[in-house]
Design a protein around this ligand. Structure first.
Ligand SMILES: Nc1nc2c(c(=O)[nH]1)N[C@H]1C(S)=C(S)[C@@H](COP(=O)(O)OP(=O)(O)OC[C@H]3O[C@@H](n4cnc5c(=O)[nH]c(N)nc54)[C@H](O)[C@@H]3O)O[C@H]1N2
Ligand SMILES: Nc1nc2c(c(=O)[nH]1)N[C@H]1C(S)=C(S)[C@@H](COP(=O)(O)OP(=O)(O)OC[C@H]3O[C@@H](n4cnc5c(=O)[nH]c(N)nc54)[C@H](O)[C@@H]3O)O[C@H]1N2
Ligand code: SF4
Ligand SMILES: [Mo]
Length: 915
């Protein structure tokens, strides 16, 4: 163990958290070339010093395990990749792209980038695609995330701008949170919502979510609607407001158009008429409408529950309509606030790096916008042919229209819907480039050329958060090995490509950027005179002034917290619009073949495909294993007990997961988290099942919903392998080695899950299930992959029962276990390994087929508070003893640091009061 570092021994660098769109300021603590800690930045206006569980552990993800450190090239498919120098890597890429462009035209190549890139990265990629190559085939994973919100804002308000600020939380008297679970997905914003409620007990909270999330559990009114029924709900609310005189007719007349048409369209959507389709009572709909209509300052929030829908644009618009009808926009405390998911989804929208956008909030479809940009870039014209959006992009690759694809900072083979098709597409592509910070992602596995990118803590640039606030991202340490900044990789590729397509001089002129500050300066120019005008900003200005909200014009002294204060909207006539609404529910309605409604979403402590959080053992403590959640009544009906392995099938594919009981989902619904993919499972996880149908306006796919069939998987034969990394060891490194060795076998397993656990003594856990017992040679292949061969370890073998057990002992402690054919002791052995119980206590029990632990200390536990490692059991014990929240916090410390567990602790308390 290293000696603790005193503040004098580390350097502090101010930067921004690389996870969610809250955009918290962090202070990176580094010693030499190592990041050793993080702290919240007390001066940052997004978080004032707080960080959530993920932000708090950023330094633990700043490890080398699994990082991409050198360009790797595969000359022939099926062969391994080999390390090459940057020059050769970029030259090869340029040659392949040039050949394809030469033969098939510029639209035969495409770029798929990410809301986790910095604005500068985005800008260079965008210019590369449109100005140098001459294709609009550049889209972003923001298409899976925010594009419905973008489309809804544009259609109604005329521009893609979140009109509100975080400070509005303190002035609202009603909050409506819909299709969002900020208690998990935007925890620091949720802390600010809690603070606002504490300061103003009159502040009401309505939550609309099919599930009873931690966010919903805090609500004064929770509407657990049927997935996809949002438009009906908000239309019915508007009907009530109209009937009860709660709309602002003067505002509607002066500042909007389209109201009469909408009014006609929704006339039949009364609370009574929609209650059944929405799955909630008409009384609750009326209450929600009255609260909203009577509020002086209603503030509404939405995220993926609305965006990821085949009518995501209508969902957002229907919510914005409530604000337009009541004139509650543009003043303190009110307005429609779309929560951005990724740290720089907003920056990507500003830089226009999506198929239908152009830099500076320009539109590709607008000839004027194209001409302006061509002039700024000094090129004759921009390509006109619309580019392919995410789903269309992979479809085009599948159909051979796009032959080379460049994927940067996103992991589509985990995050796109209908993954079989995505895999097939990449297999058909002639050339796949993946630019990622880590080498072991699902997408990286399919790359012909893998380019190592610098990441958080190593990068320079800017990001824009949910409230339009631009913050600096700064490097504290150099990137590992050969890894490079993303913008620089894109620039160097552009220069190499220019030489191959006869545009060397043009490329040099277009990409004359020496630093990311140069890139930013040019980005700023593209915004001047536009709604997001940041003419007054530069890297140095941001360094001097701190994070700022746009617009921030030249000579401004402060940014702009609130838009539309004068109620002049961004459409040419200055008026906001009510738009016609699509009211189908979901792409797939449950039927006799696929009777369950699958809902997908996020967990508190994991980030997307887990390439970062999935390496931090303690971040598994809150949700130790992948599962599907069903209502207890559905489980009872089918005779499924907790942990039964179930097969979930959609019209596309099927996967196996253990079941967990949850009263948070309604009967007939199933919930699976989006995080677990092939890094953790023997299959693709939930996106093997999801549907690629998308909203016709925003092109955002319906990742939230699918119809599925669920049945018992009947996989009675089990194998568990556990391995401790020892005190302070790197369990992620062990998992990486296991996965590499198991790779050839994984496809044969109906179900396998690889997870981490523990804290001071982290461990790796592998679970496999099969219909038939594995033959001895296969058990030995697994045993050797998990480093538990027969030689040198304790063993037990029962041939008749197909049972093999092994135990590894180092320094008088149990450090590894293999249980094949009989693993009922796995839970307590796992706890014993994690707690480092001395072997003399355990020795005679290791191979015993017992389900209960022989020693009191080793009980399986789920951790609720990650800061202080407080388990659900410990909290429950205090609650049973009649302790109050302050008393529990005083004793156990849970919820006193980052606060991410507070909602859950409060839920446990209120559940106990009900019983
Ligand atoms: N811990 C964590 N935080 C994250 C992320 C992460 O990976 N992990 N990712 C970030 C990103 S990129 C994003 S986009 C955000 C996403 O943030 P959120 O959108 O808040 O998170 P989700 O869990 O995807 O979905 C929110 C809720 O929508 C509900 N929902 C499903 N269908 C419907 C419906 O038809 N109507 C309504 N009203 N609700 C529905 C789900 O039950 C779910 O609780 O989180 C960001 N923050
Ligand atoms: N079923 C279902 N599917 C979903 C969702 C859902 O709710 N349900 N949500 C969707 C949403 S909202 C989103 S945003 C997407 C997210 O999906 P992805 O974008 O695929 O998610 P990540 O795992 O965050 O991928 C980011 C990748 O960039 C890499 N990386 C990290 N930092 C850097 C860097 O600085 N440079 C480079 N070049 N690489 C870096 C990481 O290792 C990782 O591989 O998932 C979508 N998919
Ligand atoms: S809320 Fe958490 S994940 Fe989001 S930016 Fe803040 S610290 Fe990072
Ligand atoms: Mo997202």
């Amino acid at each position: 163990m290293n000696a603790p570092l005193t503040p004098e021994r580390f350097t502090e660098t101010r930067s921004t958290c690389c996870y969610c769109g809250t955009g918290c300021g962090v202070i990176i603590q580094s010693a030499g070339e190592r990041i050793v800690g993080v702290a919240g930045d007390p001066t940052h206006p997004a978080n004032f010093g707080r960080l959530c569980t993920k932000g708090n552990t950023l330094h633990l993800a700043a490890v080398r395990t699994g990082r991409a450190t050198a360009p790797m090239l595969r000359e022939t498919r099926g062969q391994p990749r080999r390390a090459v120098g940057w020059e050769q890597a970029l030259d090869t890429a340029a040659e392949r792209f040039a050949a394809i462009i030469d033969e098939h035209g510029p639209d035969a190549v495409g770029f798929y980038v990410s809301g986790q890139l910095l604005t500068e990265d985005y800008y260079v990629f965008n210019k590369l695609a449109r100005a140098l190559i001459g294709t609009n085939n550049i889209d972003s994973n923001s298409r899976l995330c925010m594009s419905s919100a973008v489309a809804a804002y544009k259609a109604t308000l005329g521009s893609d701008a979140v009109p509100c600020s975080y400070e509005d939380f303190d002035h609202a008297d009603l909050m409506l949170i819909t299709g969002a679970n900020p208690a998990f997905a935007h925890p620091i914003l949720f802390r600010r919502i809690e603070a606002a409620r504490a300061a103003n007990p009159e502040l009401k909270l309505i939550v609309v979510d099919p599930r009873r999330t931690d966010t919903a559990a805090e609500a004064d009114l929770h509407l657990a609607i049927t997935p996809g029924s949002d438009v009906l709900l908000y239309s019915a609310m508007l009907n009530v407001m109209l009937a009860e005189g709660l709309v602002d007719h003067a505002f509607i007349t002066v500042h909007t158009t389209g109201f009469h048409a909408l009014r006609r369209q929704i006339a039949d959507s009364t609370p009574q008429a929609v209650a059944v389709a929405c799955g909630v009572s008409s009384e609750d709909i009326i209450t929600a409408a009255r609260w909203f209509g009577q509020a002086k300052a209603p503030l509404s929030f939405w995220c993926q529950g609305l965006n990821q829908s085949i009518h995501g644009t209508a969902n957002g618009a229907a919510l914005i309509h409530l604000h337009l009808a009541t004139g509650t926009i543009g003043k303190p405390g009110m307005g429609p606030f779309s929560l951005t998911g990724q740290p720089n989804a907003m920056g990507g929208r500003e830089a226009g790096a999506m198929a239908n956008l152009l830099p500076g909030h320009r539109n590709l479809a607008n000839a004027n916008d194209r001409a302006e940009l061509a002039c700024l870039w000094g090129i004759p014209a921009l390509p006109v042919q619309p580019g392919a959006t995410a789903v269309e992009l992979f479809d085009a690759v599948h159909e051979g229209r796009i032959k080379a694809i460049w994927i940067a900072c996103t992991n589509p083979v985990q995050s796109m819907p209908d993954l079989d098709r995505v895999r097939e597409a990449l297999a058909k592509a002639e050339f796949v480039v993946v630019q990622d910070a880590w080498a072991d992602t699902e997408t990286a596995a399919l790359a012909d050329l893998l380019l190592p990118a610098a990441t958080w803590g190593e990068k320079e640039g800017t990001v824009t958060n949910s409230e339009r606030r631009i913050s600096r991202v700064r490097a504290a340490v150099p990137p590992p090995g050969e890894a490079r900044q993303d913008w620089r990789i894109a620039r160097d590729f552009a220069l190499a490509l220019g030489g191959k397509i006869g545009a060397k001089a043009e490329a040099e002129a277009l990409f004359a950027f020496a630093t990311s500050a140069d890139v930013y300066a040019e980005h700023v120019v593209t915004t001047v005179g536009r709604d997001l005008d940041i003419g007054g900003l530069s890297h140095t200005a941001l360094d001097r002034l701190g994070p700022q909200q746009w617009p921030f014009q030249a000579n401004a002294s402060a940014g702009t917290p609130r838009l539309y204060a004068d109620h002049r909207f961004a459409h040419a006539d200055g008026k906001a619009r009510f738009i016609a609404l699509e009211t189908t529910l979901t792409a797939e309605a449950p039927d006799a073949d696929y009777p369950f409604r699958l809902v997908t979403g996020r967990l508190r402590d994991q980030w997307h495909g887990m390439s970062r959080t999935g390496r931090i053992p303690r971040l598994y403590a809150h949700e130790p294993e992948p599962n599907v959640r069903l209502h207890p009544s559905d489980m009872e009906k089918h005779g499924w007990t907790v942990d039964t392995l179930l097969r979930l099938s959609s019209a596309r594919n099927s996967i196996v997961l253990p079941v967990a009981a949850s009263e948070d989902v309604r009967p007939g619904q199933a919930f699976v988290a989006m995080h677990w993919g092939r890094r953790s499972l023997s299959h693709d996880g939930v996106n093997a099942l999801t549907v690629s149908a998308f909203d016709p306006i925003s092109k955002q796919p319906e990742l939230k919903h699918a119809a599925v069939r669920i049945e018992a998987a009947d996989l009675p034969w089990r194998l568990t392998a556990l391995r401790s990394a020892g005190d302070g060891g790197d369990a992620a490194e062990i998992a990486l080695a296991w996965r590499a060795k198991l790779e050839p076998l994984l496809g044969e397993f109906a179900f396998a899950a690889l997870t981490l656990d523990g804290r001071e003594r982290p461990l790796v856990a592998l679970r496999i299930a099969s219909r038939e017992p594995f033959a001895a040679d296969r058990v030995e292949a697994i045993a050797s992959a998990v480093d538990l061969p027969e030689a040198g370890n304790l063993g037990y073998h029962d041939r008749a029962r197909h049972v093999t057990k092994r135990a590894r002992i180092d320094d008088s402690r149990l450090t590894g276990v293999l249980l094949a054919g009989e693993d009922i002791a796995a839970p307590w052995l796992r706890a014993a390994l994690r707690d480092g119980i001395a072997i003399d206590v355990l020795r005679r029990w290791i191979f015993a087929p017992r389900a209960t632990p022989p020693v009191a200390t080793a009980a399986p536990r789920r951790v609720v508070c990650n800061c202080f490692d407080v388990s659900a059991d410990a909290i429950a014990t205090e609650i049973r003893a009649g302790q109050t929240l302050p008393q529990i916090q005083e004793k156990l410390k849970c919820g006193t640091s980052c606060g991410s567990c507070l909602t859950e602790v409060r839920r446990m308390l209120s559940a106990s009061q009900k019983h």
